[in-house]
Design a protein around this ligand. Structure first.
Ligand SMILES: [Zn+2]
Length: 170
């Protein structure tokens, strides 16, 4: 994705209040992020461990989504789980259940959408093998290009659910 700055990031959020978007802790050293290798910008809030954010192009617009990490039943540490965006298998706590309020009235009424994703929201780096999950084994034969295409499509599907037919009004 093209590099974006603080103003664009804060202005992109669609499922939280403007006040909340102003208070979000952004990733450090934004200009130094590996933008060319990112399909979307995802990060965990360094000041609030149960919060995560992602900013992505969606239907021609830059869209920021505020996420909360759901409280979950403890999973077996011997079992690996798979990110539903980039399909990278992770052992233990490498995958988290993230919950996003829906855009618009539905979200204000407490309606949310959940998705299992890489806990560090670095899917773009996993699909490119820049970052590896602990087992380091990829039992797929897809090319990097195919994995990127699939991850982008999966993220698109999630964003569609967050919007849920609610067209962005402004
Ligand atoms: Zn992932």
């Amino acid at each position: 994705m093209d590099p974006i700055g603080e103003k664009e990031i804060r202005g992109s959020f669609v499922n939280c209040s403007k006040g909340e978007a102003r208070r979000i802790n952004l990733p450090r050293a934004l200009p130094e992020l590996p933008w060319a290798d990112l399909d979307f910008l995802g990060w965990r809030d360094p000041g609030a461990p149960d919060r995560g954010y992602l900013v992505a192009g969606h239907r021609g617009e830059l869209v920021g989504i505020s996420l909360r990490v759901a409280q979950e039943v403890r999973r077996s540490f011997t079992k690996s789980t798979v990110c539903s965006v980039c399909v990278t298998p992770h052992p233990g706590t490498g995958v988290s259940l993230f919950v996003a309020p829906r855009v618009g009235a539905a979200g204000r009424q407490g309606n949310t959408v959940g998705t299992y994703m890489c806990a560090d929201l670095a899917c773009s780096l996993y699909v490119r093998d820049i970052k590896r999950s602990e087992p380091g084994v990829r039992f797929e034969t897809l090319t990097t290009e195919e994995r990127i295409t699939r991850a982008v499509a999966n993220l698109e599907g999630f964003l569609d659910k967050v919007f849920d037919g609610d067209l962005r009004s402004a």
